[in-house]
Each structure stands twice: as C-alpha cells, then as structure tokens.
Design a protein around this ligand. Structure first.
Ligand SMILES: [Zn+2]
Length: 397
C-alpha cells in the first residue's frame, strides 16, 4: 500500500509504476528471456490496482491486487483434456482479471472462516453477501493497447511497414478465409483483414497456427463494461456487480480508437464506460523491435495479503503451471492447474459454498439467469451475426 499526493492527471502514471515495480520483483522463471540465438523475447504486462482518493485532500491510496504477463492463448483442440485445469487465455490483462477474482474468493473465504477479522478489500454487506469496500475504485493497467478491435488501426500502421505480414493477412472483402464460420461475418479470425474495424476477433496468432476461438482482449474488456469484472463464482457471492473505473494504457495510443472500440460498439446498451488514463513510462520487456519474438511464458502474481494466505506467484506455460506440461496425447499431471484456473477457483468457491460441491462448474453457471442474460445481450450487440463458442471445459471436484 502506498499513499501520496498524486494529482488526478498523474493517476495513470502512478498506477503503471506500481504494477511495473512489482513486475521487477518477479522471479526469472516468470520473465521473457534472450534466446541462445540472441533473439530477445517480449511480453505484455497488466495489473489490477484498487485506488482510493480522498476528495478533500486529493491524496490517493493504492492497493495492488494482481499482475499478469503473457501473449498466448491455447488452440481449441487441446482443451479436450483440460477439465478446468488449463488456462485457455493467457493474455496478460485476462490473467490479471482472473487474478482479481481469485483474490476476491480468497478474501471471502478468509472472512467466512474468521468472522471477527477484517479484510482490506472486502466486507460483509447488509444482505449477508459480500461487497468490495466502498472507498476503492478499480483500475486495470496494460502495457500496450489490448489486442483485437481497439488496436487494429495502430497495428495496421506498423504492419504496413512490416509489409510481408500485412500482405499475407489482407484478403478481398468477400474472402471466406477471414471468417471462422462464413455465416458469422461479425467474427473475424485473429488479425485477418487489418482494416476491418468494429468486429469481434479471435486472439491473434500466427496465420498458420492451430486456431483458438478465444476472443480478443478488446472484445472481453468491452464486454465487462456490461457484465462487470466478476466471474460467475464471485458474482454469486457478491452483493453487487463490480466494475473497472480506469483503463491505463501508454500515452502514444489513440484515444479515438479506444472510444470507438469501447464506447461506440456498445452504444445502445446500459454499461459502465471505462475512463481511459495514460502513462508515459514504458514497460521494460515489451515489444521493442520487429525481430523480437513473443515469449511463450505467462505468469500471475496475486497480492492476497492475508494472515493465512500469502502472495502467490506462478509461471504458466501452455496453459498449465510451468514444469507440469505433458504432451497433448497424455493426461494432465496432478497439481498442474494454475491458481487462476477454473478448477482452482471452483475448488476455492466450494470451500465457501460446500453445499454446491456436488455440482459441476457449468451446471452451476447455467443457473445464473441474470448474469447469463447480460452475457447473451452483450454478445449479440458485439456480433449480431451470432457467436462462436470455445470448447466446453467443465470441472467437478
Ligand atoms: Zn490480448
């Protein structure tokens, strides 16, 4: 926790510095490396921070909650053996948000087991459900523009310089290859047809790689302005949805791209629009040269900060904890699931709600009518032609 007299215009810089300083302290297993051929790897850094600003003095207090790094997503075919244990989407901002949900679950579990103790983030509300303490507002820092729609214009400018890729990914308006399902033209594969804006995109990957159906970070972050940052488990336990107030991104990014992608695309819907803040300090292990390669390693660090549960740092490779990977045709290893995986979160949730431990994760989730309707509405808004689902990934203890 740190307190200072940061002025409002410097808020973005303060938040970015807090996340970047915590990144510096991560172990080497969590960071990109320089390969033996001299090629330097890069990654993306993201973090969630709670901010409390005293209106009278203007002083702000910051509480770092989670950080994530990573730029990979798993192909849909490898999810068949997951049973909730593999993290499908290892992009930094998604890992940071999963981390936030795990921290909330840990704090609720602590309060339930220790009713006389308190937490700095969560309290028991008047209805018996839990609430995020009123003084906090939430910020998400990302070291670059989120992938997908919000970054397409910026990307097409760099990509034209890196001419080869741009040409390879440019197709005729009617070319079928750009869609995963040609009946659903409002979902485009990865970076195909850079110039098309305002559509849902799957996570970018090499054009010749096995396909992932995971949606881009722009689409996911856009949707949480409607559905909140809570996942189905924290949604069940919390009194009210919890929204991000700020998105902090580097200064050179274009505010009009963000407004178009995050606000215009949701125009008729009721939502909590993100406020965009910028920072000037660049991330030390970000992409700096077009010859750099993306790192395969991702990581999460959770600042749980409770007497019974310390902070947790895990490196993640191929969707499982680093060191636990097995080939696609082999079963997964015991304890391979990252702390932010569906399985680990479900396990923690059923400690809080033991009466649900016989259910499966997806059966439980199917019963959340209000949340499911919001998700359905926002999907229809973002992609009027329909939706493309990722492989079903259920789990049970
Ligand atoms: Zn992304």
């Amino acid at each position: 926790m740190m307190t200072d007299g940061a002025l409002e215009e410097d808020l973005g810089g303060r938040i970015a510095a807090l996340v970047q300083n915590a990144y510096q302290k991560l172990g080497p297993a969590c960071k990109p490396v320089v390969r033996s051929n001299g090629l330097k790897e890069w990654t993306v850094l993201a973090g969630t921070v709670a901010v409390s600003t005293d209106k009278a003095s203007g002083k702000s207090q910051f509480r770092l909650i989670s950080i994530g790094t990573g730029v990979k997503a798993l192909p849909d075919v490898v999810l068949a053996r997951s049973q909730g244990k593999m993290v499908h989407d290892c992009h930094a901002e998604i890992l940071a948000l999963r981390g936030l949900n795990t921290v909330i679950l840990e704090h609720i579990n602590y309060l339930k087991k220790n009713p006389l103790r308190s937490s700095d983030l969560i309290e028991k509300g008047s209805t018996g459900a839990y609430a995020f303490k009123n003084k906090w507002e939430l910020a998400l820092y990302i070291s670059t523009l989120p992938c997908g729609d919000a970054s397409m214009i910026a990307l097409s400018k760099t990509a034209q310089a890196e001419c080869d890729e741009y040409r390879r990914l440019s197709f005729q308006e009617s070319d079928r290859i750009q869609w995963i399902d040609e009946k659903i033209r409002t979902i485009i594969r990865g970076r195909f047809n850079y110039g098309t804006i305002g559509v849902v995109r799957t996570k970018p990957g090499r054009y010749d790689s096995q396909i992932t159906y995971s949606k881009s970070c722009s689409d996911k972050l856009c949707a949480i302005q409607v559905t909140s940052v809570l996942n189905s488990l924290t949604w069940e336990l919390m009194e009210a949805p919890l929204f991000l107030k700020y998105l902090v991104i580097p200064k050179e990014t274009h505010p009009q791209d963000l407004r178009r992608s995050f606000r215009d695309r949701l125009a008729p819907m009721s939502c909590r629009p993100l406020e965009f803040l910028t920072c000037t300090r660049s991330f030390c292990d970000g992409k700096s040269d077009s010859t750099d390669d993306p790192s395969s390693m991702a990581c999460v660090k959770l600042f749980i900060d409770l007497p019974s549960v310390g902070n947790i740092e895990q490196a993640i490779l191929n969707g499982v904890r680093n060191g636990f990977y097995t080939k696609d045709n082999k079963p997964l290893r015991t304890n391979c699931e990252p702390i932010v995986s569906r399985y680990a979160q479900w396990k923690l949730f059923t400690e809080i709600r033991p009466e649900l431990s016989q259910s499966t994760y997806l059966a439980f989730k199917a019963g959340q009518d209000t949340r499911n309707k919001l998700i359905c509405d926002v999907k229809r808004q973002l992609s009027p032609d329909g939706w493309i689902r990722t492989c079903k990934d259920d789990c049970q203890l």
